[in-house]
Design a protein around this ligand. Structure first.
Ligand SMILES: Cc1ncc(COP(=O)(O)O)c(C=O)c1O
Length: 375
């Protein structure tokens, strides 16, 4: 589990301020509506971005909030060649009382730091990460949508910006933060069909699976394409050694709901180093006991999944993540067979957890852990 939501000590002096140069001609409400009419993932970008630079001599410096613009990069920029790049994904919401808040920015800041450390990149102090998020959400506050199914997705990114192709960790990095309006990842809420990948794996012990490292995502395209060829929405990742244990579901963590008489238990694979420690996963593990659900972190094999669905012991399976929130799995396809989860419809427990999450995000449900960070 993620251990803390509070900022830890800075590893480098943080820039106290970001220089602010806002766009002189701001989009009107009509222009914003037109530009975000198509809110499919990663298309409706806002008007500003935050940038920061890091060099070995100066540490983090030159923080700016400025109009969203293209970057000029030297063709020999290290990050383009060797992929020294990590990113994050978190969301800002408009709460029912009209305020704006970001969901668990400190937890995302902590994961960003850990991802960077894995790739021998500089660690951005958590308070600087959160300050950057506050700056962008403030500059583009008008873009935070009020419709309940929409939110503002924030995308922090860090890449090696040094010029020169020596094969070693870079001495210069660029941090960027951009944002776009988004809605349901899979369109209308519906149970998804998943493909159990036996040809490809996402992560190996000792590798980069626990980091939000850019290369993990490019490497997943082949399996995702195979899932598509089999009429599936997403790929189920198995462990790389035995190809037996369920690890993740596309870019999401996975939960199984086990029935034990009238009681229900959430089971999810443990963070073994090959699984991305999802903030949503952590949130559900912490929130579930309050809904009367036990939680257990243990390995589940595909055979147990199939058998559990046949016997009814596993009543639901769902994926979770910032982009997809809580999404039920309806059908599982493998190279040999296909089986349904429950009655193939969205599950009750998934519905309960999804309502709880969206209640907190909209400021309608109690938030005792102060996950919402008001800006
Ligand atoms: C591989 C992978 N697993 C799980 C998740 C879910 O993480 P979170 O809940 O922090 O969005 C993500 C998304 O960031 C991911 O890319």
């Amino acid at each position: 589990m993620i251990t803390t939501d509070s900022a830890t000590e800075a590893t480098h002096a943080a820039p106290a301020v970001f220089t602010r140069r806002l766009s002189t001609r701001r989009a009107t409400a009509q222009e914003r509506a037109a530009r975000s009419a198509d809110a499919s993932f990663g298309t409706a970008f806002t008007e500003h971005m935050v940038t920061l630079r890091w060099t070995r001599q100066e540490g983090w410096h030159d923080g700016r909030v400025e109009p969203y613009a293209t970057l000029a990069l030297d063709p020999a920029t290290v990050g383009l060649h060797y992929g020294q790049a990590v990113f994050e994904g978190l969301k800002a919401y408009r709460t029912a009382d009209g305020r704006t808040a970001v969901f668990r920015p400190h937890a995302h800041a902590e994961r960003f730091r850990r991802s960077a450390a894995r790739l021998l990149m500089p660690e951005l102090p958590e308070e600087t990460f959160v300050r950057a998020v506050e700056e962008l959400v403030t500059a583009d506050e008008a873009w935070v949508p009020g419709e309940p199914h929409r939110s503002l997705y924030l995308r922090p990114l860090m890449f090696a910006s040094e010029t020169g192709l020596a094969l070693r960790p870079a001495d210069e990095f660029r941090f960027l933060l951009i944002a776009f309006v988004t809605e349901g990842f899979f369109g209308e809420p519906r149970p998804i069909t998943v493909w159990v990948s036996e040809d490809h794996t996402r992560a190996a012990p000792g590798g980069t699976g626990a980091a939000k490292y850019a290369g993990n995502y490019a490497a997943s395209y082949a399996a995702q394409a195979q899932a598509g060829e089999h009429g599936c929405d997403q790929v189920v990742w198995l462990d790389s050694q035995e190809r037996r244990w369920v690890e993740e579901l596309g870019g999401m963590n996975v939960f199984f709901v086990e029935r034990d008489g009238p009681a229900r238990k959430l089971v999810t694979p443990p963070l073994s180093g090959t699984i991305l420690p999802g903030v949503t996963r952590d949130t559900l593990l912490r929130a579930a006991p309050g809904l009367g659900l036990d939680v257990e972190e243990r390995r589940i094999a595909v055979d147990e999944w199939r058998e559990g669905c046949r016997s009814g012991r596993i009543s639901e399976v769902f994926a979770c993540g910032t982009a997809a929130q809580v999404t039920s799995v309806g059908t599982v396809r493998t190279a040999r067979d296909e089986f349904s989860v429950g009655d193939g419809r969205p599950g009750l427990v998934a519905g309960m957890l999804s309502d709880l999450l969206s209640g907190i995000e909209r400021g309608l449900a109690p938030d005792p852990q102060k996950w919402m960070h008001y800006v």
